[in-house]
Design a protein around this ligand. Structure first.
Ligand code: WT7
Length: 668
């Protein structure tokens, strides 16, 4: 908020990467004036803008006007959001049957690539339809009805999106739990939504490591029984022989996929669902409290997923091969694997494995194998691959690529440049998409044929999204500014409630600033009206009265050639209030030294300002991350303040052993 803080990234902010002609020529929206015109329309006449988009999909019953009814102001009664209310549709029909009816049955829906090289399958749209119908018929045979919950705990095999679509087909509500969560975390999520059916697999490999999914489900269900909930049916896909992962079947409860599903009829009528019927719950990884079930509904989510996938990735389904590396256990996998691409009839790669297995060239070998044109991943993956060096990338051609995407956290300019220059060969614009589990779809993002890019910047709002920047008191700031990011009106794919806890929904998102949706993120708006996400405001540091986003300091540290990743937290400081404590992971080959420590600190002083200089650099071979790759700063704060005896629940950490490593390195 100070002059110095706003002067960050000075060189970068001036640098713009214009969309290449070849990208503009084929884009659905071409040039900033065309974007501005459509954007203005989306705000001034949402009925006509969204009707125009929604009518490309199939609706059993059309929506009346107005297209959106809402109250976001807790002062005016309960928060309430409804889109297309009164209409009826079905997600599975639109994502699968509609494409088959249009003659695209033989088009590939999924090129599936397993964890291990050489393990692969191709699924066409008609094959997908049969699978979805069989699973739907199985679910009906065990009594699942409209509105019932079904939990899935699997790796990314084609059966997972198919099971999600099977739920959508019959109006059941899916809750996918990432197949890397612990038994306890799975149990919490099952207890919250109390399903009668859990769908899982025997087990799978993640990198070199076997994951005994079925055994973990057994443990979770045992915990649930202790707490009063009994799941009646467990459907098991025998991905690995069950005995290889020491799994067992419980008679009467557990059934094998090949017995229960393969024998079902491959036709199943769809349930036409009200636009506001629940579609899925997705639990956000807990930084505080118990996991929150973010609830999304049918019509608005469908339209939001389809429209953002179309415009942001500029998918031309007849020629593009799209690949989003996210697992269906996260919102990115829901919107940009299961729903968005299929709603457009696109062909996509589904990848079960990790980018570094068997080595750091896996992604680029897959890109070449399937001639991937659009590649969407997370900054944490980009940094991990960057650290391994360019040779893994450049040994593959990647000539099919034309567009790149990034999601999940602010992408530091260095990672951005490497992604742009080395991975994309300087030809492929990067869509840095800002959004959240709660928003359901992209909110602030470039468009391929429109937006001049600035490295590390999410740029401009998507159609229908009206952001504002507030100061602490809730005043809207104008022009270039820095503050809290809020959204002023509902958009179609917005979450509707926290499952079973509407008060928590209102409390979390609508009580800080009346009448606005509060994102929890800080941001800066520059002179071009571009939004720079500075990170969660719960991670904001206040150093001598200067407000500094953790992401800004981290970005500065990572700009040092020896630093591959950094995470900063605030620790109490007698004079400054707080001081900055930085955990730093070095590039392979770089060694910790006092000299390097000084260089890192002076880099931050140079990039942001002296007030932002970390007091401590803590060498970190690894950082505590959730399985989705999010750094758990809560854990780092405890380590920094020598309170590791009060770590709380660390069951969601991908690798809990990093905690002890970091404790051992304190003061070194
Ligand atoms: C939080 C939401 C959205 C799907 C994956 C994460 C951060 C996300 C960006 C971006 C800067 C980003 C925000 C947001 N975030 N994308 N492009 N630039 N920050 O979903 O777990 O719900 O996390 O991720 O802080 O609030 P999520």
């Amino acid at each position: 908020m100070t002059g110095a803080a706003s002067a960050q990234y000075p060189a970068v902010a001036d640098e713009k990467f214009l969309p290449p002609d070849a990208i503009v020529e084929r884009a659905y929206v071409q040039g900033l004036p065309a974007y501005r015109e459509l954007y203005e329309l989306s705000l001034s006449d949402p009925d006509s803008f969204w009707s125009e988009q929604a009518k490309t999909l199939t609706w059993q019953k059309k929506w009346p006007s107005p297209i959106c009814k809402y109250n976001l102001d807790v002062g005016n009664g309960p928060v309430h959001i409804a889109w297309f209310d009164g209409a009826e549709t079905n997600l599975a029909w639109n994502a699968v049957d509609r494409n088959v009816e249009a003659g695209l049955g033989d088009r590939v829906a999924f090129y599936w690539e397993g964890n291990d090289e050489g393990v692969e399958r191709t699924v066409t749209y008609s094959e997908l339809k049969s699978t979805v119908c069989r699973i739907a018929n199985y679910l009906k045979s065990v009594g699942v009805k409209r509105g019932d919950d079904v939990t899935m705990y699997m790796s990314l095999v084609p059966e997972l999106p198919a099971a999600m679509l099977a739920c959508a087909r019959i109006g059941a509500v899916h809750s996918v739990v990432f197949g890397g969560f612990s038994a306890e975390a799975l149990a919490d999520r099952i207890l919250d939504s109390a399903p009668n059916v859990v769908i899982t697999a025997s087990g799978t490999m993640r990198g070199p490591k076997p994951i005994p999914l079925k055994t973990i489900v057994d443990e979770a269900l045992h915990i649930c029984e202790g707490k009063g909930h009994t799941v009646q049916h467990v459907l098991v896909l025998e991905q690995l022989p069950l005995s290889d992962v020491n799994g067992s079947m419980k008679p009467g409860r557990d059934v094998m996929w090949r017995e229960a599903v393969d024998s079902q009829p491959d036709e199943c009528p769809v349930e036409w669902m009200p636009a506001e019927a629940p579609l899925f719950k997705l639990y956000t990884s807990g930084s505080t409290g118990k996991p929150k079930g973010v609830l999304h509904t049918t019509g608005g989510y469908m339209v939001g997923a389809m429209v953002t996938t179309k415009f942001v990735f500029d998918i031309h389904p007849a020629s593009d091969v799209y690949w989003c590396t996210a697992d269906c256990g996260w919102i990115t996998g829901h919107t940009y694997v299961t729903y968005g691409p299929l709603l457009l009839g696109a062909t996509q790669v589904l990848f079960e494995g990790v980018p570094t297995w068997p080595d750091a060239s896996r992604c680029w070998s897959i890109v070449d194998k399937y001639k991937v044109t659009i590649f969407y991943t997370a900054p944490t993956a980009i940094r991990a691959l960057h650290a391994k060096g360019d040779a893994f990338v450049t040994r593959h051609s990647r000539s099919s690529l034309r567009l790149l995407g990034s999601v999940g956290e602010p992408i530091n300019p260095e990672a951005w440049r490497w992604y742009y220059e080395v991975v994309g060969g300087g030809r492929c614009p990067i869509m840095d998409t800002w959004w959240q589990t709660e928003t359901g779809a992209h909110m602030i993002t470039p468009l391929p044929g429109v937006t001049p890019l600035k490295p590390g910047c999410a740029t401009l709002p998507f159609f229908g999204v009206e952001p504002a920047v507030l100061d602490e008191k809730g005043n809207e700031l104008q022009g270039p500014c820095e503050g809290m990011l809020v959204i002023k009106r509902p958009w179609p794919s917005m979450m509707r409630t926290v499952a079973g806890d509407h008060k928590r929904f209102e409390q979390t998102y609508f009580s800080a600033f009346k009448g606005y949706y509060f994102t929890g993120d800080g941001c800066r708006r520059d002179a071009d009206g571009y939004y720079w996400i500075t990170g969660r405001v719960d991670d904001v540091l206040n150093i001598s009265g200067h407000r500094i986003g953790t992401a800004e300091v981290e970005s500065a540290l990572v700009s040092h050639p020896s630093c591959v990743e950094a995470a900063v937290v605030a620790v109490e400081h007698a004079i400054k209030g707080h001081s900055i404590y930085a955990f730093v992971t070095l590039m392979t080959g770089a060694e910790p030294s006092d000299e390097l420590r000084k260089e890192l600190i002076s880099t931050v002083r140079r990039v942001i300002g002296p007030f932002a200089a970390p007091d401590v650099i803590h060498w970190a071979p690894g950082l505590p991350k959730t399985r989705s790759g999010k750094i758990m700063r809560r854990v780092l704060r405890k380590i920094a303040s020598k309170e590791e005896d009060q770590l709380g629940d660390i069951s969601t950490l991908a690798d809990p052993s990093v905690v002890q490593q970091l404790v051992d390195l304190r003061g070194k």
